[in-house]
Write a protein that binds this ligand. Structure first.
Ligand code: GLP
Length: 239
């Protein structure tokens, strides 16, 4: 696993550049997208590159990692809303090609068939990840099986607390989510994980210093041949 320690701005540009070169090489690439504050700067750079005429999303298909249980797509804290407002509404991606796992049996993105759908498209070429302070990736909380595919998750207290900053009160944070599994994520051909800020310093230290264990879901990434960790100085302060 490669570790690059850069400024936030450099991280955003480096990931944008890699996606831009992928899209030039393969205009119909499959992107695996994440929510949370970590990837926002990358999405801003992608929007800028699109507006400058450097890249096109016309043939791109995207699969998001996860979604809260019980929030409709127009709820400001739903991940569908997040993706629309931070990326999809500002570039020429076809909304019909943007996928977010769903618990609705009638949805074409129903979680039980989500992994097969990704496979049918040829698999994820480039996956962006953030990390939770307890080591979760997507919503795969500590204890999740390394063999997990897209599934329903009970969120841990620490995750509900971390994510309550986006809601009016902690009682509004959903307690369940639907999430791609650890195996689904490991199937991606290339993975980048963004770990920034002081509150992620312990998580980065744990990821770098200790072994692979389901107690710390992100540690499975050590087994993937093409992962880069993009960290800033604050997150790397305990290394
Ligand atoms: C949520 C998301 C994760 C994300 C994590 C960290 O729990 N499900 O995909 O990585 O938050 O978020 P942030 O980037 O805001 O720290």
């Amino acid at each position: 696993m490669e570790l690059k320690i850069l400024s936030l701005n450099e991280i955003n540009l480096a990931i944008k550049d890699e996606i831009a070169s992928l899209l030039r090489r393969k205009p119909n690439a499959i992107l695996g997208l994440a929510t949370g504050s970590s990837p926002i700067g990358v999405y801003d750079e992608l929007v800028k590159a699109y507006k400058a005429g450097d890249i096109s999303f016309n043939e791109v298909t995207s699969f998001n990692l996860d979604e809260y249980f019980g929030l409709s797509g127009d709820h400001p804290q739903s991940y569908r809303y997040f993706m629309n407002t931070h990326l999809f509404d500002h570039v020429n991606i076809l909304k019909s090609k943007t996928h977010i796992p769903s618990i609705d049996k009638n949805s074409e993105d129903y979680y039980e068939t989500y992994d097969n759908k990704i496979k049918d498209h040829g698999g994820i070429d480039f996956q962006i990840l953030g990390i939770g302070s307890n080591g979760h990736i997507a919503f795969n909380e500590p204890g999740t099986s390394f063999d997990s595919l897209t599934h329903i998750v009970d969120l841990k207290e620490s995750t509900i607390k971390d994510n309550s900053r986006f809601f009016n009160s902690i009682s509004e944070v959903p307690t369940k989510a639907v999430s791609m599994g650890l195996k689904s994520i490991m199937n991606a051909k290339r993975i980048v994980i963004i770990i920034t800020g002081k509150n992620k310093a312990n998580a980065l230290k744990r990821l770098m210093d200790k072994g692979i264990s389901t107690d710390f879901p992100a540690s499975i990434l050590h087994r993937h041949p093409k992962v880069t960790i993009y960290a800033d100085k604050e997150a790397a302060s305990l290394l």
